[in-house]
Design a protein around this ligand. Structure first.
Ligand SMILES: Cc1cc2nc3c(=O)[nH]c(=O)nc-3n(C[C@H](O)[C@H](O)[C@H](O)COP(=O)(O)OP(=O)(O)OC[C@H]3O[C@@H](n4cnc5c(N)ncnc54)[C@H](O)[C@@H]3O)c2cc1C
Length: 451
């Protein structure tokens, strides 16, 4: 099994196999750099690189809120792995187990039986998933905001519920349809809420009996602040902005239950809502638990400042799945964000090359420079290198920064085209929710025939 796995799909001159688990920020940027730095070895067959990911694309997550709001096509915020990494073998499926002692992973392909894939060097870049709590009803009505599927489903849902509210004569159904709850006021929660609220408000012009004031947005946050990523001063400003827009921001409040859409909060309030978005933090991808790699107290892979897995030769890690010591802030860890992930990938790839060449590894060192966040069309907040911006300048900075970061020229051009079109034409406000159930119409037709 092992030797079959080793040579699977490759020539016999094969020497070192670098396996990258996850094709997100860390996985894609690591593979890109390795593809460039090891081009001679790849051509000569001394090295081969494989990336395993359930998707055939990398998702540029900071653009999820803009895709949900309809300012960007979902196809333009993802980077196709096979096109960008022609020298790398892409396998679609999930790594379900890592046995580093045996240097193999168990790979579950999209279809068919699981199999073992052997490697010499592993890069664990499986990122994170939503961190949930055992709250009654959460699994029934909650939705996360980490994938293109979730962002587009939410967009369709918000627009569909405006249609529902316009068409019903039942005031309870209408109130429930027009109540949207977001739990968690970090990056993902605030940006998702702000963009969706902006889109919904914009869409009301096409409805006869819905005004922006009829739509209720509730942001629930357990701590006493929003958007900690931009610092206390800009977080306070963001809070004021959201409240001025009519968003009901509930600080020091927890979601207690949401069974059947009946939302109960720790401040004693209770109301009905059709939609609840859960963005209250992340935890490492479950595959880290199904590995023999050491974990830290927060369940992340224990990393060194060199982005190796602590005490584990031949294993590297970075990004949301890893607990990477922040050498600029002793005793602290690097926060799980793209700013670190992209920069870590560069150092990680270089260290993999150094490892293969028997050279000394270098430390990852980056001081967090602050953040930018979009709060809807022409609205934003930023705190970068101590420069604090709000409103349009921050929004412009948010867009230019992310445009500079989104991978490949091809994607950048497509994003600019989307934004330019949005300048001249009103945004699309139709729900294509039926795409989530493409066989329903056909099933109904079959049922009619039988009758
Ligand atoms: C809505 C939103 C907005 C954000 N905005 C910002 C921002 O403005 N600025 C910022 O700095 N950060 C932002 N972030 C955070 C940033 O996107 C993440 O920190 C970054 O994506 C982490 O990179 P990663 O490579 O560790 O994980 P990811 O990019 O999530 O990649 C992990 C990959 O691993 C794959 N994977 C998972 N499990 C397995 C498995 N078992 N087998 C194989 N593959 C697997 C996944 O499919 C995924 O492709 C945002 C995040 C979200 C959700």
């Amino acid at each position: 099994m092992l030797s079959q796995a080793l040579h699977e799909g490759w020539g016999l001159r094969m020497n070192k196999h670098i396996l990258i688990v996850g094709g997100g920020y860390v996985g894609l940027y690591t593979a890109l750099r390795l593809q460039r730095k090891l081009h001679r070895e790849l051509r000569g067959g001394e090295v081969r690189i494989t990336v395993i990911d359930p998707q055939s694309y990398m998702t540029y997550q900071p653009f999820l809120p803009e895709a949900a709001a309809g300012n960007l096509s979902p196809r333009h915020m993802v980077a196709p792995l096979r096109r960008i990494l022609p020298k790398v073998h892409i396998l679609n499926g999930t790594v379900t187990k890592v046995d580093h002692a045996e240097r193999t992973v168990t790979f579950q392909p999209a279809e068919g039986e699981p199999r073992q894939v052997a490697y010499d060097v592993i890069v664990m870049a499986a990122g994170s998933i939503s961190r949930t709590l055992p709250i009654p009803g959460l699994t029934d009505i909650g939705i996360g905001f980490k994938t293109v599927g979730e962002a587009i489903a939410l967009r369709n849902r918000v627009l569909h519920l405006l249609d529902v509210a316009e068409s019903t004569t039942d005031p309870e159904v209408r109130r429930r349809a027009l109540t949207f709850v977001v739990v968690g006021a970090g990056f993902a929660g605030v940006e998702a809420l702000a963009e969706l609220e902006d889109m919904a408000k914009d869409s009301t012009r096409y409805y006869r009996n819905i005004t922006p004031a009829d739509i209720r947005w509730v942001l629930v946050e357990a701590t006493d602040r929003v958007l900690p990523e931009v610092g206390p001063e800009m977080g306070k400003w963001t809070l004021e902005q959201l409240r001025e827009r009519g968003i009901d921001v509930k600080l020091r409040t927890r979601l207690e239950s949401c069974e059947g859409g009946r939302v109960v909060l720790s401040d004693g309030s209770e109301f009905e809502a059709e939609t609840l978005v859960w963005t209250a933090g992340v935890k490492p991808s479950p595959v880290v638990n199904d590995s023999d790699l050491p974990l830290d107290e927060r369940g992340r892979i224990k990393a060194t400042a060199m982005l190796t897995v602590a005490g584990t030769p031949g294993a590297f890690t970075a990004g949301d799945a890893a607990g990477v010591p922040d050498v600029t802030n002793p005793g602290q860890y690097c926060a799980p964000n793209a700013q670190h992930a992209v920069r870590q990938a560069k150092v990680l790839a270089d260290n993999v090359v150094r490892h293969l060449r028997g050279q000394e590894l270098v430390e990852y060192r980056h001081k967090y420079v602050g953040s930018v966040a979009g709060l809807g069309l022409h609205q934003g907040v930023a705190n970068v290198y101590g420069v604090k911006l709000r409103g349009f300048p921050a929004w412009f900075m948010h867009r230019t920064y992310h445009l500079s970061r989104v991978p490949t020229l091809n994607r950048k051009v497509r994003v600019v085209v989307d934004w330019t079109l949005a300048l001249f034409f009103k945004r699309e406000t139709i729900s294509l929710g039926e795409m989530e159930h493409p066989r329903e119409g056909f099933r109904a037709a079959v049922a009619t025939t039988r009758r």
